[in-house]
Design a binder for this molecule. Structure first.
Ligand SMILES: [Zn+2]
Length: 159
């Protein structure tokens, strides 16, 4: 291993331990557990016959309500919708647009894809992102960490 590669591994490990130690602002362990449970439950309803990669996402709104979504694939692959964006759509349809956290449960605890990060930042640039694998191992990020210096509504000229 080169010195540079060694440093990169070390930095990555430090970032991961920082992510593990962080707690979402104002959320109790019980509230976090409920959010993760909602994401895990909806993951069971994922429609993923092509990738066989089921994902569940649950958003916590500022008023405490939870909204869940799973991935929905399509034989026309490009029409697949991710769990995170489905959860956003559920919440918007219910009249909620302000979120404090999202939990994403998958087999190996993946982070939201780029498209979902952009959609999430539209409604909650300060939200926490809790990624969890099926063994319950979790990492916690801020959305700003996952989508640094994001483009969003504030960049559009107002009147
Ligand atoms: Zn996505």
């Amino acid at each position: 291993m080169t010195k540079m590669a060694s440093q990169q591994v070390s930095k990555s490990a430090n970032q991961q331990s920082a992510a593990l130690a962080r707690q979402p602002n104002g959320l109790s362990e019980g509230e976090i557990a409920a959010l993760i449970a909602a994401a895990a439950a909806v993951r069971e309803r994922a429609y993923a016959p092509y990738s066989r990669f089921s994902v569940g996402a649950a958003l916590r709104a500022a008023d405490g309500r939870l909204f869940a979504g799973c991935n929905v694939e399509n034989a026309s692959y490009g029409l697949t919708i991710c769990a995170e964006r489905n959860a956003i759509a559920q919440a918007i349809a219910a009249g909620t647009r302000d979120f404090t956290a999202v939990a994403v449960v998958s087999e190996n605890g993946v982070t939201p894809c780029g498209a979902c990060r952009q959609v999430l930042v539209e409604f909650g640039p300060g939200m926490m992102v809790i990624v969890v694998d099926i063994r319950g191992r979790r990492r916690i990020y801020t959305l700003a960490e996952l989508l640094l210096d994001a483009f969003g509504p504030r960049q559009l000229p107002g009147d």
